[in-house]
Each structure stands twice: as C-alpha cells, then as structure tokens.
Design a protein around this ligand. Structure first.
Ligand SMILES: *Cc1c(COP(=O)(O)O)cnc(C)c1O
Length: 380
C-alpha cells in the first residue's frame, strides 16, 4: 500500500509502520545488547547482538533506503564513520578519486591514510572539463567520491555525467548528498552506487544527534563488505540516537522546504549588498551551475549559502561577531540558522577563501534573519 506514497508521506509516517506488540504508532527504543537464541541454535528474528544490528536502528534505515530508492541502508555513529566505512571496505592500496573542494574532515582523513599507503589518492577539479578523465585509471580506479552541492562553495556536480565516466572506467561512484538531502536529489537515480549523508545535519535536523547514513543501490559485494566492517569495528548508531533521528526525519520535508525558501530569499536579498563581494548559492542565476542545479535538485537549491565579505578575513570575522539572532557555530541543516567563518575551522591548508562566511538557513522568520544579518554587515 505504501507503494504510491510520496516522500513527504513516507517520512511523516516513517513508512506507516506500527509497532507489533501494543500497536504504538511510534516505535519503542530497543535497548537490548543481546537477543535470545532458539533451542535449535538459530536467531529466528534476525538479531543477535547490538554491535551488529538493532531494531531501533533498522527502522530509520528502512525509511532512508526507501526515499533514496536504494536496496539497503546502514546507519553509523557519525557522518565521518559512514564515509570512512566505504573507504575502509576497499582493498589496501585501492585507487580513489575525490574532488578538490569537499568536506574538510574527510579530505584530511584521506590525506592522512594516503600518506601511510592505505590508498592511492587523486584529486580532481570536477568543474574543469576532462579533469576527471585525466586521473581515472581504467579497470584500476576503485571509487570516485563526489559531494554536491559541495561544502562550502556550493558548486554543483552533474552526477549522471560523472557516473557514466566512472562506470566506463570500471569504478564505483559514491555521493555525499548531505546538503541536497534525499528530497532534493536522489543520486542513485542518476547512476550513483552509494549515497552518504551526515545525518547529523538535515536528516535529524535538531542539532542533537551525531549520525551518518549510507544507502546502497544494490545489496552487492560492496554493501556486504561495509556491513561486515560495521559489524567488526562497531561504529553503528546508538539506539537512542536512532530513535531521535527517526523522529527528526518525520518533518524533513517541512524543514527542508522552509530552509530552501529562506536561503533563496537571503541570497537574493544580499547579492548586491555593499559589504558583500559575492554570494555563493546555486539558486542565483549567475551561479555557474544554476541550470544544472535546477534540474538535479528538483527545482530547489538547498538551504546552504556562503557570502564573501568586503574587507577580507578580519571583516568576515567581525560580521560573524555582530550577529544576535544567527548562531555562530559550525554544522548545518538544523532548525536554527548558523553562521561560521569557515577558514578558521579548516586551518591553514584549506582551499576556502579567508573572507568566506558559511550560512545555514534555518526555519525562522525570514524578516528576522534578514534584519539581523543586515545590522551585522552594516555594524562591522
Ligand atoms: C558534517 C558533514 C560531514 C561529516 O559528518 P559528521 O556527522 O559530522 O561526522 C560530511 N560531509 C558533509 C557534507 C558534512 O556537512
């Protein structure tokens, strides 16, 4: 019956599942770390031990697999735990390709692993024609990782085009779709093999859970390798966090819609402000991938934008210092609007401009957000 339900309905009702013992329309939190064996030595309910699996974790996994159109989903104790699990499932010395601008924590981890020989790593500027083809090694490259829209410059990458090139070379494509959410882009439908989300961000949406998700197009060898890595090492999401995550996901469609609406209005409003050198947002017609973004992001452009402040690094930090409503904090995708001087967090090796402030548009009243940012820009 859930076959024809839209994503909004699937999310609001968490697939419409009803708890079997008492008929609760919200699932209980299963705290057991271990489960009873049958006299015949089997586990007829499919769960044996909490490091491997937990029914409270499986519930949001089913929702994610469904709304991303994948066969399987796995939840992890953080977005980084999810992302690194994909790489850890690859053989020693595997060749991987990642974008130049990407989530800084993952770039740092990959560089560290590369330095000790775990991977052979190439960077590609995916917005330069032919750059990916130059580093792809046919029948050798194991995995290409992309992020779209990418943090914190919000460039958009054409998943379909990249997937074709990667598959032709015999590799797999993984997409960090944290900023797009499953509502704006479904990377598996464009040919990706794996989708990753920092569920800490939009999926949970209330800045109170650290979590990560992987959704697999097929229940194939790679899926089983990642699942067995999670079983062996134990970075599974905790049961209480999984329960909060499912609760947060029930309103994902409403929160994302409002964040997108606020972000577009903010980008448009501040595009020509005298204290702003540039607004980076896919929804602006002058954005280099504006047309692609419109197609690939279901007519929306996300809740994330960045501004480059006239006067450089000190001016940017001063503007962030003057906000009263916006919260000066890292992270994104929560109900509250956040502002952050990005280079301060990424350190001296960052490719991010020093005058850049990253803005995560929350769900507050738009006029309040505009007024506060405007006074901070004019007061710095
Ligand atoms: C936050 C984030 C991550 C890392 O997720 P954690 O949950 O903090 O571990 C990865 N990718 C993107 C795009 C992010 O925003």
């Amino acid at each position: 019956m859930t076959k024809n339900w839209s994503a909004a309905t699937l999310l609001a009702q968490a697939l419409g599942e009803v708890e079997s013992e008492f008929g609760g329309i919200v699932p209980p939190i299963h705290v057991a770390t271990t489960y009873i064996r049958s006299p015949d030595n089997s586990y007829p309910r499919g769960v044996a031990y909490g490091r491997d699996d937990n029914p409270t974790v499986s519930a949001p996994e089913r929702v994610l697999a469904r709304i991303e159109n994948g066969e399987e989903a796995l939840l992890f104790s953080s977005g980084m735990a999810a992302a690194t699990a994909v790489f850890e499932a690859l053989p020693f010395g595997a060749h991987i390709v990642v974008p130049r601008v990407m989530y800084w924590g993952l770039r740092k981890w990959l560089l560290d692993r590369h330095a000790v020989g775990r991977f052979r790593l190439d960077f590609a500027d995916l917005h330069v024609a032919g750059a990916l083809e130059r580093v792809l090694r046919p029948q050798i490259t194991a995995l290409v990782w992309i992020e779209t829209p990418s943090n914190p410059m919000w460039r958009v990458t054409d998943i379909k085009v990249i997937a074709e090139a990667v598959h032709e070379a015999g590799g797999l494509l993984a997409v960090d779709s944290t900023a797009a959410t499953p509502l704006l882009t479904r990377p598996l439908d464009y040919g990706a093999d794996i989708v990753m989300h920092s569920a800490t961000k939009y999926l949970n949406g209330h800045s109170d859970v650290i979590a990560g998700a992987l959704i697999f197009k097929r229940a194939d060898h790679l899926f089983h390798s990642v699942k067995s890595y999670r079983h062996d090492v134990g970075p599974i999401l905790g049961h209480f966090e999984a329960w909060l995550l499912l609760r947060g996901m029930r309103t994902l469609h409403l929160r994302v819609a409002k964040s997108c609406e606020n972000a577009l209005a903010l980008a448009t409003k501040f595009e020509n402000h005298e204290c702003i050198a540039e607004v980076l947002y896919p929804g602006l017609p002058k954005h280099p991938e504006h047309f692609l973004a419109g197609e690939q992001m279901s007519g929306h452009f996300g809740g994330m934008l960045s501004i480059r402040v006239v006067g450089g690094e000190n001016a940017a930090i001063a503007v962030a210092g003057k906000v009263k409503l916006w919260k000066r904090a890292t992270s994104l995708g929560g109900v509250e609007s956040l502002i952050e001087h990005r280079a301060s967090i990424e350190g001296p090796t960052t490719p991010v401009p020093a005058d850049l402030l990253r803005l995560s548009a929350g769900i507050e009243d738009l006029d309040d957000l505009i007024a506060d940012l405007d006074q901070a820009l004019n007061a710095h």
